[in-house]
Design a protein around this ligand. Structure first.
Ligand SMILES: Cc1cc2nc3c(=O)[nH]c(=O)nc-3n(C[C@H](O)[C@H](O)[C@H](O)COP(=O)(O)OP(=O)(O)OC[C@H]3O[C@@H](n4cnc5c(N)ncnc54)[C@H](O)[C@@H]3O)c2cc1C
Length: 307
């Protein structure tokens, strides 16, 4: 008896990826530039500073949509196509933000050009998830720009918050402080003269005060930008960085309106209650803590809640 023929697999010749033609897929409908063809959207901050939005991803979106669409698009990879109405997009975004499903918000990227005093930059750079490229004071002369508060905005050291200042100080002391800033700024002339005489710029800058301005490009995804905003727009952050953060929020809001609305509702204007606080509210008993600061924080939350 003849042996049954062994089935032979016909080898399929696959095309190496390097040779596969690129498929170009056209959008379903017309696209619109979220920045309306502008090169930058800029807001001046203080006398010499600014924050400018220079790019956003996605920049081209289907007409009538915003960068929120990129968040929804990414989320639907996990939740399925589902519904596609704009109102339902908003519901989905609000759900994602409430439930801290954060990665879809990382699909939007924002690029800013910022000029700020060194002491603001020091606080800003702590937000490590951004990509930063800064002006080099080794390579170039530092421009002659210094941050100066006005006489009425020189703040008095707060007695409750060791890191902050709130009320304005008396005019005489404020004037004296501004004279001190004059002296610090006067170093600039010598800085310039000594660099001209050959002192390396990388060393000469050591004589400049932290009120001098620096500039950088700062690129960050929307999730981490919102995290930056929740920390730096907040009243405990230093006033000067708050001013930049609030300007940044104004630049972002028209790009991702549903996300910004949800951020305000569920994060920035929301309130976190500890287990002890929930227990104290439920039972009406004092907060089970001896910590004066924690008790004061609880009192302020209660007053916000009208309790
Ligand atoms: C009011 C206020 C006062 C402050 N006071 C001080 C102070 O006195 N001294 C001081 O030093 N700082 C201070 N800071 C800075 C603060 O401690 C944080 O460093 C800063 O706010 C950045 O926050 P972040 O780490 O959440 O941000 P990001 O660096 O953007 O981090 C975002 C998230 O990514 C994670 N992450 C980032 N990088 C890494 C990594 N390499 N590996 C693993 N996880 C990573 C973080 O853990 C975080 O969850 C202050 C901040 C504020 C708002």
């Amino acid at each position: 008896m003849p042996e049954p023929a062994l089935s032979k697999e016909v080898p399929v010749k696959s095309t190496p990826a390097a040779e596969t033609p690129i498929e170009r897929v056209k959008p379903e409908g017309p696209l619109t530039d979220l920045m309306h063809g502008d090169a930058r959207w800029q807001i001046p901050v203080h006398q010499h500073g600014f924050i400018a939005l220079v790019d956003v991803m996605p920049r081209l979106v289907p007409q009538g949509q915003s960068a929120d669409a990129a968040i929804v698009q990414a989320a639907r990879v996990s939740y399925g196509a589902g519904t596609k109405q704009v109102s339902e997009d908003r519901t989905l975004i609000r759900y994602l933000l409430r439930h801290r499903h954060t990665t879809p918000f990382e699909m939007v990227e924002l690029k800013f050009h910022v000029a700020m005093p060194m002491f603001v930059a020091r606080q800003w750079i702590r937000h490590r998830t951004a990509n930063v490229n800064e002006y080099s004071a080794r390579y170039s002369i530092v421009p002659d720009r210094f941050y100066r508060p006005t006489v009425d905005s020189v703040r008095k050291q707060s007695s409750v918050n060791r890191q902050g200042g709130e009320e304005p100080i008396d005019a005489g002391t404020a004037e004296q402080f501004l004279q001190l800033l004059d002296k610090a700024e006067a170093n600039y002339r010598e800085y310039l003269a000594l660099t001209e005489r050959g002192v390396a710029r990388e060393l000469a800058r050591a004589a400049l005060p932290v009120s001098v301005y620096t500039e950088w490009y700062w690129k960050c995804d929307l999730h981490n930008t919102l995290r930056f905003l929740s920390l730096r727009m907040e009243s405990h952050a230093q006033q000067e960085i708050q001013d930049f953060a609030k300007a940044m929020y104004r630049l972002i809001q028209p790009l991702a309106p549903a996300t910004c609305e949800a951020f305000m509702d569920y994060e920035f204007e929301a309130m976190h209650l500890s287990r002890l606080e929930i227990e104290a509210i439920r039972s009406g008993a004092p907060l089970a803590s001896q910590n004066r600061r924690e008790i004061a924080e609880f009192e302020s939350k209660k007053s916000r809640l009208g309790l």
